[in-house]
Design a protein around this ligand. Structure first.
Ligand code: F6P
Length: 323
């Protein structure tokens, strides 16, 4: 193997830059030429591919976003799109790829290998933490801390005005950010897609909070919650508990930005180095994750199809901590 390329794809996540840096530096350390593909699969198709040197990744470890930019690319889902991408990969004589991204990114890499035989090793980059095969994904810890900071601020004003706040956090199909920020932020209730909810249960919990003489409450709603988003849940609760003064805040994309936490920088660096080492050992179509503090390579197919279990212990604690 002589030439490898790195790219970021899907939703960006704080720590992706630290991972790019690790891939570039590890590649150079092991005597490889390292290229950067701009805008993920879109740049692979258009040929936006540049050689990266050690200094190209100086002073980025602390920066959010991704210097390689990111995109969700529809064209790569087509055979014609992938043929164009292969043409560019061949032209640059790239013999291995490092993909930093989530489910969609690894699905694309798996299909690309089946069609053209280009080996890819992935690093899990998504704030959602919804990938099987790793305890943490790059960006998750930063997103939780950003959400926590917002929850703490909202708690101040909720308390001053004796209000109930419904706070929506990101997580398209996953309750990881909601659960962790809910426990860390002292929420009364956390609503996540992995656990069936009912509006009756929400109403009952808020009612019992009143009996326990709570004057303000925080409810965290994951974006992917089945019974509705934070606005719709709040609307339904208002119908039944008109005496409550309810407000809604959607945190949105602030969770995707900002300087990565120490944890995110360190796991991103470890995963980036492990991805390059994996390629050099002949690994393909696997993700370099961290389980129990050890690097573990998990086949893409498992990261895509297997559901990562939620931390039952956190779920179990919620009713204990809200009395
Ligand atoms: O996958 C990460 C994520 O932030 C999800 O939590 C969210 O649903 C989605 O991306 C938003 O994507 P976009 O920025 O493309 O709207």
């Amino acid at each position: 193997m002589k030439n490898i390329a790195v790219f970021t794809s899907g939703g960006d996540a704080p720590g992706m830059n630290a991972c790019i840096r690790a891939v570039v530096r590890a590649g150079i350390y092991y005597g490889l030429n390292v290229y950067g593909i701009v805008r993920g699969y879109a740049g692979m198709i258009s040929g936006d591919i540049r050689k990266l040197e050690s200094h190209s990744v100086s002073n980025i470890i602390q920066r959010g976003g991704t210097i390689l930019k990111s995109a969700r690319c529809e064209e790569f889902k087509t055979k014609e799109g992938r043929a164009k991408a292969y043409e560019q990969i061949r032209k640059h004589e790239i013999d291995g790829l490092v993909a930093i991204g989530g489910n969609g990114t690894f699905t694309g890499a798996q299909i690309f290998y089946e069609e053209y035989g280009i080996p890819t090793v992935g690093a899990p980059g998504t704030i959602d933490n919804d990938l099987y095969g790793t305890d943490y994904t790059i960006g998750f810890d930063t997103a939780v801390n950003t959400a926590l900071d917002a929850i703490d601020k909202i708690r101040d004003t909720a308390d001053s005005h004796d209000r109930v706040f419904f706070i929506e956090v990101m997580g398209r199909d996953s309750g990881y950010i909601a659960l962790r920020s809910g426990i860390g932020g002292g929420a009364e209730l956390v609503m996540i897609p992995e656990r069936p909810n009912s509006i009756e249960r929400v109403i009952e919990t808020l009612r019992s909070g009143k009996f326990n003489s709570k004057t303000s409450s925080i409810v965290i709603v994951a974006e992917g919650e089945q019974i509705g988003n934070a606005n719709s849940v709040a609307h339904q609760v208002r119908q039944e508990l008109s005496e409550l003064d309810i407000r809604v805040t959607t945190l949105g994309h602030i969770q995707r930005g900002g300087s990565p936490t120490a944890l995110d920088r360190i796991i991103a660096s470890r995963m980036g180095v492990a991805a390059v080492e994996g390629l050099l050992e002949g690994k393909k179509n696997v993700m370099a994750g961290i389980i129990n503090n050890e690097i573990i390579y998990t086949p893409f197919i498992d990261t895509i199809t297997k559901k990562k279990p939620l931390l039952q212990d956190l779920l179990r604690m919620l009713p204990i901590l809200r009395i």
